[in-house]
Design a protein around this ligand. Structure first.
Ligand SMILES: Cc1ncc(COP(=O)(O)O)c(C=O)c1O
Length: 470
């Protein structure tokens, strides 16, 4: 087996974490296949009630789950209850939750303050479908935190990105949308483009095709590689007369974690200003998991519009879009009516109050330092076992990427080792760790995770590393 040595690593933004090993050795693929089969057999023999639940659910629910993301082979784990950082599945297994509702449960399951706010709210009403002091208060809290002038609440990230794009279209009077290859922004038509395109359709790396998702009608869409300001400028130069907005996650969090190179986001801001294109940051995933004021403020680049969801709602369906008053004008003057029966639901507003109180800089710093500890200890295990992997993190999120070189865009991500990623996913589920479905999500260290939970996940990774080497 060859030992690969790498001296130089890419510079990533200094508020982000990436640690590339200096050397690694490939793993034996026949052994990986055998291990995968063993883990699959173990899964099927230990998760019988989940299997029964799945087979029953199939009769009424396509794929047995209410989101296609929640379903995976051979069948998903069915959950009975959750508290703090732990879940119990229908087979009675206690599982450490590292998915935390794709990052929504930043304050932990059944957080006492969230529960107290929700219970108190149920004493006074359920749904008003009218403005209330509670919805004004929640708006003020989030505007203060995220440094924006105005905000509108929605019920999902998909709605927020859809309305942000529509607002930008109304503001500019143009239709075109530019997005990053491999970026996911929810399932609205305009953005179901090149989310994870197959490489035979994706075209050249520095000028990707816009690959339209099944059954969607996006309108005018352009796709660019992440971390490539030159490619963005080429698209702006050629098509700016038709482009309303560029929407991007400041840190990509749907293909593992992909960090912005030093200077990339600043250049994006500059180009959007130069070509008069609305810059939208999709902070559905980053948000409070990036730090007390979100990713934009932490990374020092301020967009025109921002989309929020998941972590702001403490587990209640809540999302928002907002930004500078100037860019929210189309909502005010009616060029972009924003509608929704459940918008500003008082249960969600109660959750915002609790989350805003809980997510102090100190509380988030403690979770982040546990996350850095996990990333560092896992990196040491990667070194010890010379694994072809590295660790990446941002705020309270982290992941292991199965490649010994940095992943800077979708094409790099496609070159990572999915065989090991699949095995590692199944391994975790069998060993009592709930990681997000898919091979490209990240863990979340919530306010409910502590030293014991970090030790549990790091020790499990050590067992995996030992087993991979045999
Ligand atoms: C970056 C990003 N934007 C938007 C969405 C859509 O959010 P929702 O699932 O609440 O519709 C997601 C969902 O995971 C996301 O990761």
């Amino acid at each position: 087996m060859t030992v690969q040595t790498r001296m130089k690593t890419q510079t990533h933004h200094n508020q982000t974490f990436r640690s590339i090993p200096t050397h690694s050795k490939p793993l034996d693929t026949a052994r990986l296949e055998k291990l995968f089969q063993q883990q699959l057999d173990l899964y099927k023999s230990n998760l019988k009630s989940s299997s029964d639940e799945y087979l029953t659910a199939l009769k009424t629910i396509p794929l047995g789950a209410h989101s296609t993301f929640q379903s995976f082979d051979p069948y998903p784990i069915s959950i009975k209850s959750a508290k703090g950082a732990w879940m119990v599945d229908v087979d009675g297994r206690k599982m450490l939750d590292l998915s935390m509702g794709f990052g929504s449960m930043l304050v932990g399951h059944l957080n006492p303050l969230v529960m107290a706010e929700l219970k108190a709210t149920l004493d006074i009403g359920t749904l008003y479908t009218a403005p209330s002091p509670d919805s004004r208060d929640a708006a003020e809290r989030l505007c203060r935190r995220f440094g924006i002038d105005q905000i509108r609440f929605t019920n999902s990230g998909t709605e927020s990105t859809m309305y942000a794009v529509r607002t930008a279209r109304a503001y500019t009077g143009k239709e075109g949308v530019v997005k990053v290859e491999g970026g996911y922004h929810g399932s609205g038509d305009a953005l179901m483009v090149s989310t994870k395109p197959s490489l035979d359709k994706a075209g050249p790396e520095d000028a990707p095709n816009s690959v339209i998702g099944n059954a969607s009608v996006p309108g005018l869409s352009y796709v660019v590689p992440y971390n490539n300001a030159e490619a963005l400028e080429r698209v702006f130069e050629k098509y700016s007369s038709t482009i309303a907005c560029f929407i991007v996650e400041p840190v990509l969090e749907n293909i593992g974690i992909v960090l912005p190179d030093e200077g990339y986001l600043e250049k994006v801001r500059e180009l959007c200003d130069q070509y008069k294109i609305v810059l939208i940051f999709d902070e559905v995933k980053t948000g409070l998991t990036a730090g007390p004021q979100g990713a934009a403020q932490r990374l020092g680049v301020i967009p025109d519009l921002i989309c929020l969801a998941k972590s702001i709602g403490g587990g209640i369906p809540l999302a928002a879009f907002g930004g500078k008053s100037e860019f929210m004008k189309p909502v005010t003057d009616g060029r972009m009516p924003h509608l929704g029966t459940f918008n500003g639901h008082i249960l969600a507003m109660a959750a915002v109050r609790a989350v805003d109180t809980l997510c102090t800089p100190e509380a988030l710093a403690k979770a982040e330092s546990l996350n850095i500890q996990a990333l560092t200890r896992i990196r040491e295990i990667i070194d010890e076992y010379e694994l072809p992997a590295h660790t990446v993190g941002f705020g309270v999120k982290g992941c292991v990427t199965w490649s010994d070189r940095p992943v800077r865009n979708y094409r790099d991500y496609k070159a990572t080792d999915f065989q090991i990623a699949e095995l590692s996913f199944l391994w975790s589920l069998n060993h009592g760790i709930m990681t997000p479905p898919g091979l490209d999500e990240q863990w979340l260290i919530s306010l409910a995770h502590d030293q014991a939970e970090v030790d549990f996940m790091v020790n499990d990774f050590r067992e995996l590393a030992k087993t991979l080497r045999g």
